[in-house]
Design a protein around this ligand. Structure first.
Ligand SMILES: [Zn+2]
Length: 528
């Protein structure tokens, strides 16, 4: 075991360590007992040191954080992105990194690299810098791009308090409200501050670090797959770590080993060429809303399982995996209460098992008008938008084909645009079917070098094992790295789950910010 205090002498005074050394001398005769004691003692001590350091460096970060969080970063407005790229170039150069822009047709990706003398491996780190658009009228502060420090009152309201409070004693439940505070400029700042700690301690990781910064994540990273292919050599590494996303709902330290992929399907069933009077032609002209309903209903059993043949092929939840999934402390009664649902779909035995399977879902449906706009007609068409959340075993094109074949097996003739007159007269069941696979799922096994390394770092930081998520339900654009570069990837989520990401009043809890610096520092200090 490596003792952190060797490099800490100038930064911290460590009475505890001095004491332990004296004790060690005095009781040399009971070496066996002391060995056990000293090992566990140094573990505790490491945690304490990291707590002190992460708080100290968090406190020294707020000027820089304020400057960073104040830059508008909506990727739908590319002119906002350049100042963010420049800011990151400076921030990483200050920490001893070489930076290089990886140009795409729109805004660049930024690659920052730092090599260490005894490095045998290279760790690639993915950071996201852009944010969702803002609706300024929905934010309870003058400007979503001017970070506000807030405290919660007895009634649950968040009130702005003076930014200078950050110079005094910090309440870990205070929050900084601003766009991207959690998703994901908070984690970006945590990484920069962890680097400051590493640099000031003169720590030498035994791996090189490459940081890839994405400025179009909220657009779905449309340029990323091509760029990863084009800059294969520049991005080459042994593993990928993603510092992004919220911790488990319990807000306990978390590692996430995978995410689902995504494919979308647009389905439109055609009826009469134009809407018809429902009195004059009811019982005579077929109704496309009815046909679409029947078609959709044929895709599921009553208990929520997908009825399309071979849908769940290849997925085996072994007893070992079941045990892994069981350790996630989900309070399902509370989740169902929060959602207002009396029962769940019959897929897997619990929430974590359910998201190990591919999901087919209806995102929205439309046929004619409803409510006060209702008209007494037979609609001309009925549309359903669907998505498939993919898992590692279910390749996107195959799953789209399963849905397509199922629709054909229900007697449908499929088109890609509107049907021609000839097609209308030749087929009584016609539907438009358009599908797109955005990207696949990724999943790294727990029992891997990257898993063991990150777990060890988390244990050093928190003195206990993290919650380990096998596959998160959502999707992140990581599969290009995993597939093109062949890298195992794991996410280290750090921010509070109730951070309002993508919504107005996004925030980061200071306790999570400080713990995030601690988490990343502990990981970077862990030898590979
Ligand atoms: Zn996001």
């Amino acid at each position: 075991m490596r003792f952190l205090n060797l490099n800490l002498k100038n930064l911290l005074t460590c009475d505890i360590i001095q004491t332990s050394i004296i004790m060690f001398k005095n009781y040399l005769s009971i070496i066996a007992i002391l060995c056990v004691y000293f090992t566990s003692f140094s573990q505790v001590n490491k945690n304490t040191d990291l707590d002190i350091l992460s708080l100290k460096y968090a406190k020294s970060s707020f000027d820089e954080l304020q400057e960073f969080f104040s830059l508008p970063n909506d990727a739908y407005q590319p002119e906002q992105i350049e100042p963010n790229v420049k800011w990151c170039e400076n921030a990483f150069a200050k920490r001893g990194y070489k930076t290089q822009r990886l140009e795409t047709e729109t805004v660049p990706l930024l690659l920052a690299s730092r090599n260490y003398p005894n490095a045998k491996k290279t760790v690639l780190i993915y950071l996201q810098v852009d944010g969702q658009p803002v609706d300024i009228t929905k934010w309870h502060q003058p400007d979503p791009y001017i970070p506000a420090l807030k405290e919660q009152d007895k009634n649950g309201n968040w009130n702005i308090i003076d930014w200078n409070n950050l110079k005094g004693d910090i309440n870990r439940d205070w929050r900084i409200f601003s766009r991207s505070a959690s998703d994901a400029r908070g984690p970006d700042m945590m990484f920069l501050k962890a680097m400051d700690i590493i640099n000031d301690l003169k720590e030498q990781p035994n791996f090189n670090i490459k940081v890839i910064m994405d400025f179009e994540e909220e657009l779905g990273s449309p340029r990323l797959p091509k760029a990863v292919n084009q800059f294969k050599n520049e991005l080459a590494a042994d593993m990928l770590v993603i510092f992004d996303g919220p911790r488990h709902l319990s807000n306990e330290p978390t590692l996430s080993y995978g995410a689902r992929g995504i494919a979308t399907i647009s389905l439109e069933v055609f009826g009469p060429r134009v809407p018809l009077h429902s009195g004059n032609y009811g019982n005579y002209s077929p109704n496309p809303a009815m046909k679409l309903s029947k078609l959709l209903a044929s895709m599921w059993h009553d208990d929520g399982r997908v009825a399309i043949p071979n849908w769940y092929d290849g997925i085996i939840i072994s007893d070992v995996v079941k045990e892994i999934l069981k350790q996630v402390p989900d309070d399902e009664k509370q989740i169902q209460k929060d959602f207002g649902i009396a029962s769940t779909e019959n897929i897997g035995n619990n929430f974590q098992e359910a998201i190990q399977y591919p999901a087919l879902g209806i995102l929205g449906m439309e046929a004619a008008w409803v409510g006060k706009s209702t008209r007494t007609i037979i609609p001309a068409t009925a549309i359903a938008e669907l998505n498939i959340r993919l898992v590692k075993e279910t390749e996107g094109d195959r799953m789209v084909k399963l849905v397509k074949d199922h629709i054909i097996n229900q007697g449908y003739y499929l088109v890609e645009e509107k049907p021609t007159e000839e097609e209308r007269m030749a087929h009584d069941k016609i539907a438009r079917f358009n599908a797109e696979v955005s990207y696949g799922a990724f999943r790294t096994e727990f029992d891997t070098e990257i898993g063991a390394w990150l777990r060890k770092g988390m244990r050093t930081a928190f003195g206990k094992d993290p919650i380990e998520i096998r596959t998160g339900g959502g999707s992140i654009p990581i599969s290009p790295f995993v597939i093109t570069l062949g890298l195992p990837a794991v996410s280290v989520p750090t921010v509070n789950p109730d951070n309002n990401q993508h919504s107005p009043n996004e925030n980061i809890r200071l306790g999570n910010y400080i713990d995030g610096i601690k988490t990343i520092t502990a990981i970077l200090m862990e030898k590979l």
